[in-house]
Design a protein around this ligand. Structure first.
Ligand code: C2E
Ligand code: MG
Ligand code: MG
Ligand code: MG
Length: 282
């Protein structure tokens, strides 16, 4: 099976190759093709300040337009890109595109880019990010990297050292999907994050009797005590937004304000603010 083949062994079509291994290999080939042929695009989803209602940033979310299957979800293809190492190239592409795009936005709007734990193993990541920033002219403070807590759970020293390198460049680091991966609040001591993204599962029932605003309250309190901000993911109703605002959460992200959209559409949602300096427009 695909698992037994491991990640570093050669793979090719063999008679005994099972259907799922074939499907994976075929997806890997399709992904490589898409990287060359412009089959990927990025949609951006606003992060909204809960006090001012202003868009203070956007998350870059990768989209794959497959010639036969149509839009394929990142949940489906990111794991394959990670297993094959293709995520390094794909991630570098997303970073460049997102930095170039954000350099055209008002200066108060940040861009958030998801970084896979696999990318954090690559010791050229910091150099790549510095390159994307320099080429786009984007202020490093306007780039926020979203990483999942898998990195903390494995207590991966190499990954943590890369995170420190990135921090020294000036980029912000957010902890994504907080609360999903057997996490504990003690993990937060392993790295000084700028932001915690509270997973959608804590938001979905927050305004209901069965909900758990206490958990969100605790996370918000701990974040504030350590100079971190918070963003709630998957906000779909006004009742959820009102509760999060009352709990002191910094930002919200979700369908209530906007789904992820192409760059040309998301720009229309930005408030006036300062316009980007002309030199920064790539
Ligand atoms: P994520 O980083 O936690 O992104 C949030 C996901 O929640 C996105 O799914 C977004 O479309 C969805 N979402 C936003 N608002 C709502 C809402 O109100 N309700 C619901 N039900 N969902 C909402 P998407 O775009 O399918 O991405 C899934 C995951 O794929 C992301 O989760 C992220 O882990 C990964 N991903 C996406 N783009 C990239 C990328 O460029 N690099 C890497 N490494 N991973 C990526
Ligand atoms: Mg994310
Ligand atoms: Mg998330
Ligand atoms: Mg998520």
């Amino acid at each position: 099976g695909a698992k037994a083949n491991g990640r570093r062994t050669h793979r090719f079509f063999e008679p005994e190759m099972d259907a799922s291994a074939k499907a994976r290999l075929s997806m890997e080939l399709d992904l490589r093709q898409a990287l060359v042929n412009g089959g990927f695009e990025i949609h951006y989803q606003p992060l909204v300040d809960l006090r001012t209602n202003e868009v203070s940033g956007c998350e870059a979310l990768l989209r794959w337009r497959h010639p036969v299957r149509g839009m394929v979800s990142p949940a489906e293809f990111i794991p394959v890109a990670e297993d094959t190492g293709l995520i390094n190239e794909l991630g570098a592409w997303v970073l460049r595109m997102a930095c170039n795009e954000a350099a055209t936005w008002p200066a108060h709007v940040r861009v958030a880019v998801n970084v896979s734990p696999v990318q954090l193993k690559c010791d050229t990541l910091a150099l790549r990010i510095a390159g994307a920033l320099a080429d786009s002219g984007l202020n490093p403070r306007r780039l926020e990297l979203e990483i999942t807590e898998a990195v903390l759970i494995r207590d991966d020293e190499a990954a943590l050292s890369i995170l420190h390198q990135l921090r020294s460049i000036g980029v912000r680091i957010a902890l994504d999907d907080f609360g999903t991966g057997y996490s504990s609040l003690s993990y937060l001591k392993r790295f000084p994050f700028d932001k915690i993204k509270i997973d959608r599962c804590f938001v979905v029932d927050i305004a209901e009797a069965s909900g758990s605003p206490v958990i969100v309250q605790a996370v918000v309190n701990i974040a504030a005590a350590s100079s971190m901000t918070t963003v709630a993911e998957g906000v779909e109703t006004e009742a959820q937004r009102d509760m999060l605002r009352a709990l002191g959460c910094t930002q919200m992200q979700g369908y209530l304000f906007s789904a992820p959209k192409p760059a040309s559409e998301v720009r229309k949602l930005f408030g006036p603010g300062d316009s980007a300096p002309v030199a920064a427009v790539a």
